[in-house]
Write a protein that binds this ligand. Structure first.
Ligand SMILES: NC(=O)C1=CN([C@@H]2O[C@H](COP(=O)(O)OP(=O)(O)OC[C@H]3O[C@@H](n4cnc5c(N)ncnc54)[C@H](OP(=O)(O)O)[C@@H]3O)[C@@H](O)[C@H]2O)C=CC1
Ligand SMILES: CC(C)(CO)C(=O)C(=O)O
Length: 344
């Protein structure tokens, strides 16, 4: 795959799509952004600002940013379609790729959860669909800020299925660390363990670094992970090690006192103070969250495996309540989430 001549479509220009597409465009790749509303308007008006916690701070001028809300413009020329919509929009994006994309385009799901790539495969029979996973957090600018600004606020790779010649070379540019993996199913489950914290960041309304520094919040995450590991064991699923720690050790390490956790989990804590979670972003913007793909996946699997998941169920119910109230992240204390003695 000759990198300079290939066209990459970003199917869902939001936080992850604009960060990854922005890095690719800044490296000279041909990128077209398919988005909508305020993001496309802002990119057309004033381009894109792409920064990260390592100190890069770069701009793409408006004339160098191909942004559209029309799939008939964005998708027909694409050699690679990177799907970066939230899980609730996967079905719709699959339909757009089927209607407007080339049959030989490689489609890559860069979404959290364990089902999105399979959903794309089912909706795009005969097409090449790869599983991907993004390990870092991206924060997007508030609505009024111009240019539209995406900031990578933690470290981590973009992991992608092996098997398509030249794809890693195409995507491996400054600001992105590519990792081609043959175990993406296990990576999805390993990432799911980490994503069980997305809801806690959203419910606490705390930046990720502050929330993870609090042992009371970590104890809730540890309890969620205990339940998820039991479910996975019962279902014969082996989650990949993606945090620097073996998955089975995560609950123990999370329950350590703050000072010891800080020492052992240095990689996990290499986060800048702005980092939150994509679910926090959804509550902030009054949008549906991916709770059903994360805690929901654990709870559904547990129903088959016959293992209990009370903590994941409680967290899911609180997120559902916050979604329905549409008042943004509710700023709960850990006791209100764990159901502990001080929650009343
Ligand atoms: N944000 C993060 O830090 C991380 C996110 N992820 C995962 O990456 C995926 C993407 O997340 P994120 O970037 O945060 O999501 P965003 O909501 O920021 O971006 C998705 C964008 O796609 C747009 N969109 C949805 N449907 C269409 C459509 N039919 N046509 C054009 N545009 C469309 C949305 O518009 P609108 O808002 O109008 O719906 C939105 O702007 C998720 O699965 C998430 O879990 C993984 C790691 C980190
Ligand atoms: C922040 C991160 C990387 C999980 O730690 C994430 O996947 C998200 O925000 O959805």
């Amino acid at each position: 795959m000759a990198s300079e001549t290939r066209t990459i479509a970003i199917a869902g220009a939001g936080s992850i799509g604009c960060y990854i597409g922005g890095c690719l465009a800044l490296a000279g790749r041909k990128v077209v952004f398919l988005g909508r509303g305020r993001v496309v308007e802002a990119m057309r008006e004033s381009g894109l600002r792409v920064s990260d916690l390592d100190g890069r701070d770069r701009r793409l001028a408006a004339h160098a940013t191909a942004a559209t809300d029309d799939p008939a413009i964005a998708l027909p020329d694409a050699d690679v379609i990177l799907v970066t919509v939230k899980s609730g929009a996967t079905g719709e994006m699959a339909r757009l790729a089927a209607d407007h994309g080339r049959p030989d385009a490689v489609v890559v799901s860069l979404q959290n959860g364990v089902n999105n790539a399979d959903r794309l495969r089912a909706a795009l029979p005969g097409r090449r669909v790869l599983t991907g996973m993004v390990m870092f957090n991206v924060v997007q600018s508030p609505d009024s800020e111009l240019p539209f600004h995406v900031h990578r606020a933690s470290q981590g790779e973009v992991m992608i299925d092996t098997g398509v010649d030249g794809l890693v070379d195409l995507l491996d540019v400054d600001g992105l660390a590519l990792d081609a993996r043959a175990d993406m199913k296990e990576v999805q489950w390993g990432k799911l363990l980490r994503n069980l914290n997305n809801a806690l960041v959203a419910l606490s309304d705390l930046p990720l670094a502050r929330q993870l520094a609090d042992r009371n919040w970590r104890a809730i995450l540890a309890a969620e992970i205990d339940e998820a590991l039991a479910v996975m064991r019962a279902a014969g699923i082996t989650p990949a090690r993606i945090t620097g720690l073996p998955p089975a050790l995560l609950p123990k390490v999370l329950r350590l006192p703050d000072w010891l956790f800080g020492l052992l989990a240095r990689r996990m804590l290499a986060i800048d103070p702005q980092a939150r979670s994509s679910m926090w972003d959804d509550l902030k913007r009054g949008r549906p969250t991916e709770i059903d793909e994360l805690q929901g996946a654990v709870i559904r699997l547990a129903k088959h495996a016959g293992t209990p998941t009370p903590v994941n169920e409680r967290v899911m119910a609180l997120v559902r309540q916050a979604e329905a109230e549409k008042r943004g992240p509710p700023g709960l204390r850990p006791e209100a989430v764990s159901g502990g003695p001080r929650s009343a």
